[in-house]
Every structure is written in C-alpha cells, then in structure tokens.
Design a protein around this ligand. Structure first.
Ligand code: GAL
Length: 416
C-alpha cells in the first residue's frame, strides 16, 4: 500500500469518528443464506443501517464458501470487486498477497484490535503486519448436535468415546431413525473429516498431517483409521444424503427425524432460529475423541481496495461495527459462533455458546487450538481443495480407506 493510500484511509477513519451520517453503501459478498445465517446477517445489516450505511446484498449460496470465492475471483478479474467480502483464513492471506485488500491499520489502532483479537485470528486478519480484515466470529467444527427428545426416547446418555458414539447411532438406526443427518457435499464431508483425524490421532497428528502436510502422517495407519471412521459414519446416513445442504441436515435433527449431526456451530444458528433452546430441546457436545481440542474457523470481512471516498468510509464504518463489543454479542448469539474478541463476557450466551467460549479459551491456553482444514484455516485453498476431492471420493465409495490415504499423499503433493 502506498503512503498516499494509507493517508487516505487514515483520513477516512477521522471522518468516520467526526462526521455525522453521509450517504454510504457497502456491497457485501457472502454465503450466509440459510435461515440462521440470514438472521445473523440481518443483525449486521440493521446495525449498519442505524449508522446510515446502506447495504447491497451479494449472496452466493454454498457452505464453506467455495462458490463465493469463485464469484469473487470473477468480479475482481472484471475490475469490479465488491466492497466487503466474507472470507476465511488462508484466502485472506492470498488476496492480501495480491495487493487487493485495503489497509485497516488506522482503525485497528484507534480501536486497539491488537489487544483484543486473539493471536490465532490475527494470524489471518493481518498480512505482513498490516490489518486487512475484521474478524466477526470464531466458529469451531468439532461439534455434535443432538435431539434431546430422541436421546431420551432411546435411553441414551451423552457418548464419551467413539465406541459409545457408534453404539448410540446403532440404537437410533435400529429404532428406525436416521442416526446421522448428513449432507453429501465435499465441504461437509471435509468438515466431518477434521474431527475424525483429530479423534484418531490427537493434536500432534492433526498438526503433522493437516497443517504441516507431512507425507508420512498423511499416508499413515492413523490416516487409514480416520478414513475407516468415515466408512463407519457412512453406514449411518440415510439414502438421500447426496447433495443435501447442511441446514436441511440440521432440520432433520431439529424435527426428530435424526439423532445427530456432526457440524460446525453455525448449525446452532438453525436450532435457535427454529425456536429451540440449547441444553433443553437440543444438545451440543464435542465429537467423541476430540474433547479438549478445538478446530476453529473465523469469518472475517476483508475490504477490497476501492478508490471512492464514500465507499472507503463505508468500509471503515462496517469494520468498526463488526468489531464493536455489543455487536459481537448480538451477532454471535444468533450465528452460533463466539466472539472474535477476548474481552467479552459470556453471560448473555446460551449453554452451547458458554461452553464454546470456555473451551476456546482453554484450548488456546493449552496449545490445542487448531485451524480447521475444511474451512480454510489449516492450509492454502489448493491443498484444501485437493483434500476435499479425496475425502469426498472416498465417502462416495470410490476408494477404500487404505487407497484414500495413499491418494491423499499424492493429491497434497501435487497441490503444493
Ligand atoms: C463456514 C462459515 C460459517 C458458516 C458455514 C456454512 O465456512 O465460516 O459462517 O456459514 O460455512 O455456510
């Protein structure tokens, strides 16, 4: 970023704090299209509207955001980037490396982001020391969502080991229910796979395989076992799983058709949106085998470089709104995630939110907090996509577990 651009952004921050309402507008590209996600997005949209910032919606459906990223690339190539973009982990770094993102340092300094945003998130929100994105939340993927009434009907306690988890699903299946609600899309399989890798091999194995991409770990017996666990799960999904959206899988647990769903805590947004209460009508617990660890992803808003002054002011107004403590509470209670700031009390959150906040802090202190491969926080998008391909091909019966581990080694090697 040139000195001139930096000065302009600083001037815009000053304008933000001193002027009253001006005609500002943000165009926001995002993939928050499910009921719970849309409700959360509305919290942001209304917050901005109160500050006089208009909203042009650019939704691109598709959990995990791959489709949104494809559209983004096309928009940028056409010389027409949206002003603000929902973005995950390594994608933020890639766009920053291309020099496409605005520098938010002046606002970050004024609002002390350095102090309040957890290190694990700053690693993605900053590029070469400059703030390039505002984190709105922290999600984590290693959750099971369970229907309480069904658990009671089947006489089930919360499973505490992989074996108990499998036994619970057997009980549900035997009773004629769909044991595991699942949507057959590559990113959903990858989301589940994160927890299988951690569950089988623990933190060191997750680090070696998913983050450091060590070929020995990727092709190891433990990886074969992770794929075998995917085979086990495959035996508990219904016949119509293929292509199903994740929120429709959540609905199956919500309406009592299905016992469990393994999904990130955006699923909680669906339960809450359906009027259900955490710890009462539905339960949340960590995927058995992954207790004590948290595999996270953080939605951030990256601001694309724009030349128009009022668009720059709107970007800063949005970044400022996103980082405000009150907003972080209001938004994350609806979204199912937890705040991207360390200074927010958990009192207003429901049982799952409070658990999530406590576990995030614990994992961060214990060195057991890891970026989710499935959601772009473990490795770059090309490696991530290569992993998606193998995981989903295996889940759909193309490879057995042993071949899948071999294919994973090859795919990752080629993608680097
Ligand atoms: C994740 C995103 C979440 C949630 C989910 C499903 O990648 O971080 O906010 O929206 O996709 O759409």
């Amino acid at each position: 970023m040139t000195m001139m651009k930096k000065l302009k952004m600083t001037a815009a921050v000053l304008a933000l704090s001193t002027t009253s309402v001006v005609a500002q507008e943000v165009e926001v590209l995002h993939w928050w299209t499910s009921g719970g996600e849309a409700a959360a997005l509305n919290v942001l949209r209304e917050n901005l509207a109160e500050g006089g910032v208009g909203w042009t919606d650019m939704p691109v459906a598709g959990g995990g955001g791959s489709d949104a990223m494809t559209i983004l690339r096309a928009r940028v190539s056409a010389g027409d980037p949206p002003t603000a973009v929902q973005m995950l982990g390594f994608s933020i770094q890639d766009w920053a490396a291309e020099g496409s993102l605005a520098n938010l340092n002046a606002l970050a300094e004024e609002q002390n982001w350095d102090e309040v945003v957890p290190e694990a998130l700053q690693r993605f929100s900053t590029y070469e020391g400059d703030w390039v994105a505002a984190p709105v939340n922290v999600h984590s993927v290693n959750w099971v969502w369970a229907n309480t009434a069904l658990m009671e009907e089947l006489g089930l306690e919360q499973p505490e080991s992989w074996e108990e988890f499998v036994a619970a699903m057997e009980a549900a299946q035997d009773a004629g229910y769909t044991a595991l609600a699942h949507g057959g899309q590559a990113w959903q399989e990858a989301t589940v796979f994160d927890s299988m890798v951690m569950g089988v091999g623990g933190p060191e194995f997750y680090q070696d395989s998913m983050i450091d991409l060590d070929p020995d770990a990727l092709g190891s017996d433990m990886m074969v076992e992770a794929f075998e666990r995917m085979d086990t799960l495959r035996g508990f999904v219904d016949d119509n799983f293929s292509g199903r959206d994740w929120n429709l899988a959540s609905s199956m647990v919500i309406n009592g058709e299905s016992l469990f769903q393994i999904m990130g805590d955006w699923a909680k947004g669906e339960f809450v949106n359906a009027g259900l209460t955490a710890g009462d009508e539905f339960q949340c617990f960590r995927v058995p085998g992954t207790e004590g660890t948290v595999m996270f992803n953080s939605d951030q808003f990256a601001m694309f470089e724009v030349s128009d002054d009022s668009a720059q002011e709107a970007q800063l107004a949005m970044a400022s709104a996103v980082m405000s403590p009150d907003f972080q509470v209001a938004f994350n209670m609806v979204k199912g995630s937890v705040p991207a700031r360390t200074d927010i009390p958990s009192d207003d959150f429901d049982a799952c939110g409070q658990l999530g906040m406590a576990q995030l802090a614990e994992a961060s202190a214990n060195g057991t907090l890891f970026g989710s491969m499935a959601h772009g926080h473990a490795n770059n998008p090309s490696v991530q996509n290569a992993m998606y391909d193998v995981i989903t091909a295996h889940f759909n019966g193309e490879f057995d577990a042993e071949t899948a581990a071999e294919e994973l080694v090859l795919a990752v090697e080629l993608a680097q």
